[in-house]
Design a protein around this ligand. Sequence first.
Ligand SMILES: [Zn+2]
Length: 424
Amino acid sequence: MSLLIKGGRVVDPMSGTDEILDIFIRGEKILKIGKGITFSAKKIIDATDSIVIPGLIDMHTHLRDPGREDEETIRSGTLAAARGGFTTICCMPNTSPVIDDISLVRYILRKAEKEGVVEVLPIASISKNEDGETLSEMGKLRREGAVSFSDDGKWVRNAHLMRRALEYVKMLNLPLISHCENEDLSKNGVINEGIFSTILGLPGIPKEAEEVAVFRDICLTRLANSSLHIAHISTVSSLNLVREARKRGIKVSCEVTPHHFTLSEELVRSFDTNTKINPPLRGKDDVKALREGLKDGSIEVIATDHAPHTPEEKELDYALAPFGIIGLETALGLVIKELVKPEILTLSQGIAKLTVNPARILNLDRGRIREEGLANLAIFNLNEEWEVKKEDFLSLSKNSPFVGWSLPGKVKWTIFKGKVAYRS
Ligand SMILES: [Zn+2]
């Protein structure tokens, strides 16, 4: 199979490329990048007026397989990913059962190979069954294909265990991914603690629940001389702790979700359970700080924390509904609308946070456009607006606070290993 992508504006943050070029693909790889390529190809995509970028990488996706295939399967999750321009998604291990064993890593990889339309890379749990007591067999899990480790959904409360885990991942040359939340402080909370939790009479989650966890994990990373990646950072002080640590040479990176750099806490007044997220939507000052963190490079990664839930679950009372929203299909649009259009980030900087940066952190040979490299690409129109509609989601779940929004950056094609994974 050969494919020629003609006349697109190729934006590759890794090489700094930003010009009109053709891309010729044979099999799974890019054979040639250049102007006016005339090779004959089985299929030609006219990318005039479109932007061609490396296939996006999400380092924080929740697929619900195994255990809750009514919320999301590997098939539906990868279809949603492809619609969003993603060609690689890293799935979190808090499924049922938890991905803490090589047989489960194999299960994910095999199923993704068979049913998935893009690549799925499993993140295995730090502790067995995410119990926070016994370390998983990290070396074996890594050899089997786990790309990192996290007890996402929970914080590793036991500092000794966390220290050991950090020492292990250092040997494996990987960062540990931490869901920073001290549950003694966040317990029973459903929204950010502050004026709105008081007015609405809903139990609050103080920012400090995140910040004390970030602080401890940075201390342990220094002690182990290891590297740490903080998932879904959400407060000014957490970000300042990361900045301080990096200044002192501690290897800490962090990610922000599109909803945390877009939405703030007053939305919870709607009692729409699609505003119930963990960590919760924070104050306007936090949103502003997160945008500054993206701009100054303190936040290197944008990750979706795609968290599918069925309508039945999300239709419960606010206090009872589960945390989380889907994000794969709206991420690129929100990056362009909220960050690129207002000139907080250049297009290349925005794309870097969804491609080469997560690839570098996870040591993946992905996220760039180069000859001989895998033909993983997304093609989108920067200015074409599209309306987010429930019925258009390819995710099995529809829990998004962005339904009804108009977003720029419509994805036209997603190419995974030289094959069309999505076409609008
Ligand atoms: Zn998490």
